[in-house]
Design a protein around this ligand. Sequence first.
Ligand code: ZN
Ligand code: ZN
Ligand code: ZN
Length: 269
Amino acid sequence: MFYAQKVDRRSRAAMESFLSHHFTYGGVFAHRAKLHHLGLPKPLEDKAWEVFTSDDDYWSKIWDPVRDFQESHGHAYTILNAGRSSGYLALHHSQSVWTEYRSYCRTCGQRNYRKVAPALPDDPLERAVATEILKNGGSWSDSAYLGQEAIRSLPNTDEEKLAAIRRLKPEWKEYSSTNRCGACGAEGEEGRVNYAKPPMHLQILGGVHREDPIEMDIDELRYTVDLVLSFDRTCDRVRDRFIDLLQHCEVREAVVMVPQTIRTLHCAC
Ligand SMILES: [Zn+2]
Ligand SMILES: [Zn+2]
Ligand SMILES: [Zn+2]
């Protein structure tokens, strides 16, 4: 354990001391994570510089422990890279929120804010109404739909037609007319489908500031100590992942040709 310490949770004094001596960055519980503060032997530190200056995003390869941390705290806390050149790991409040995405593309994964329409209703009136609403996203007034040829020509009374328009519009205006993906153009079996539940997104809130532990009641003190210990252990696991990556990966240099469009002047004079 590099960051984590042992704390006697039976002792109020030990817990107070642990919190008041814990490293903070801008008042927020944190750890130093600059390369020369990772306690690495020289050859690994040199390797770390190589990895640090490579063009690959190595953070995503060592970040799993933070996802476990989020999960085990009900997404109420997370850990961020903070400070210049991500020199610190800092404990933050967070919350899980529903995204506005309603469907995604089965070919390219692109997310979309609109739902894909289900099969059209069987009833001829409902079918005509749903089709007309899909055509323009339900943006017309009820009486404007009533005037559409496909609806006007049906034998139902105007009252029945208006009732169907009012009933179907709130739902059918949420649907896009096809399941074509705006990004890759896939449709039909390859195109967009609705999420069973909209995906969640982790919203990051402010840092967890160190309050004066003397002011805390015993439950709050224990809760904070447990949280910070869990934070410390997670930082250790991220550091372990990083060391593992240093031992098993190497930076290879390659020259790549990048296609480029150039516009030059050609004159006939
Ligand atoms: Zn330093
Ligand atoms: Zn979760
Ligand atoms: Zn797509």
